[in-house]
Design a protein around this ligand. Structure first.
Ligand SMILES: [Zn+2]
Length: 101
């Protein structure tokens, strides 16, 4: 979901809470939660690491609501990391599977 500056219309950069052009504080901080990516990781890739990703993504939402944006950014990056770990787990599994057969 793209976030735009309400003053100048500039598209907000990821993990920014204010406009990079005019410095206006964004009404919605541009912090992705990766909830759907986490759920997809659980279902299609590897359940344990996908679940960790989902737990982090839920914390992102909670921290945004609490106004703790630094923690929200931290958890957002961790959620993404665990989505990637889930994906890479499947890639390595498949490579190993075909390499040994
Ligand atoms: Zn702006």
């Amino acid at each position: 979901m793209a976030v735009f500056c309400q003053k100048c219309g500039q598209k907000a950069k990821k993990y920014k809470t204010e406009c990079s052009d005019c410095g206006t504080k964004l009404s919605v901080p541009n912090i992705p939660t990766y909830t759907s990516a986490s759920v997809a990781s659980m279902i299609f890739f590897f359940l344990p690491t996908g679940l960790i990703a989902l737990l982090y993504s839920l914390k992102v939402n909670k921290k945004i609501i609490e106004g703790d944006l630094d923690s929200a950014i931290k958890y957002s990056k961790k959620a993404l990391l665990f989505c990637w770990i889930s994906f890479l787990f499947v890639v390595f599994y498949l490579v190993f599977h075909f390499a040994t057969n």
